[in-house]
Design a protein around this ligand. Structure first.
Ligand code: HEM
Length: 175
């Protein structure tokens, strides 16, 4: 059976080695806290100002400053710095935390588009770090789209199945 990581690699087109190259280079030390703060602020400014309403609406119930803070702490922790995110929020559990949002391929592409632009326009991020970060984001994120889809299909099937079961039981009992 394929591991989730192999599937993630297949779905995202990013090799496992490239996705986790961030673990070989401590980008927290290399880039520093202020650069990660600037990156997250730059990214979320783009997200909240997106001219496409369908994408902006995904974030409509999230406070922008809070979203920025969450992402800064996540990046600090994941890029090799102190575990700020887990100290405040617990395990990142990204699949579970993204469950309320409609994560389509279109949304993932739009997210990556803004992240790509934020990486390009945040000073002090060298090309090598940029490539490492984008590979990590693609790898982590793309698998969530099919997983999200499969989960919804599974739940729909379950509901349909139990509905059918209910009806046939009811028919059986009411004979
Ligand atoms: C939170 C959407 C991709 C990491 C969120 C939130 C939304 C969202 C709406 C809630 C904002 C908040 O209150 O923090 C999306 C969409 C994505 C995407 C539409 C692409 C389709 C990613 C990726 C990562 C990521 C690639 C990191 C690898 C996080 C983190 C949080 C978050 C750490 C904070 C979770 C929490 O503490 O509640 N995302 N996201 N997201 N996202 Fe994403």
């Amino acid at each position: 059976m394929q591991s989730l990581q192999q599937k993630a690699s297949e779905w995202s087109g990013v090799s496992i080695a490239d996705a986790f190259a961030i673990d070989e280079a401590n980008l927290f030390h290399k880039l520093g806290l202020q650069t990660l703060v600037n990156l997250s602020t730059n990214f979320y400014n783009r997200v909240y100002d997106d001219d496409q309403e369908w994408f902006r609406s995904i974030f409509a119930n999230s406070d922008k400053q809070n979203a920025i803070q969450n992402q800064i702490e996540f990046l600090v922790q994941r890029m090799g710095g102190p575990t700020l995110y887990s100290q405040r929020r617990g395990h990142p559990a990204l699949i579970a935390r993204h469950r309320p949002f409609p994560l389509t391929h279109e949304a993932a592409n739009r997210w990556l588009h803004h992240m790509g632009q934020a990486l390009d326009s945040t000073s002090a991020i060298d090309d090598d770090s940029k490539i490492k970060l984008i590979n990590f984001f693609r790898f982590v994120f793309f698998p969530q789209v099919p997983l999200h889809f499969m989960e919804n299909t599974f739940i729909t099937t379950l509901i349909t199945f139990s509905g059918t079961l209910h009806i046939s039981l009811w028919l059986e009992l009411s004979k």
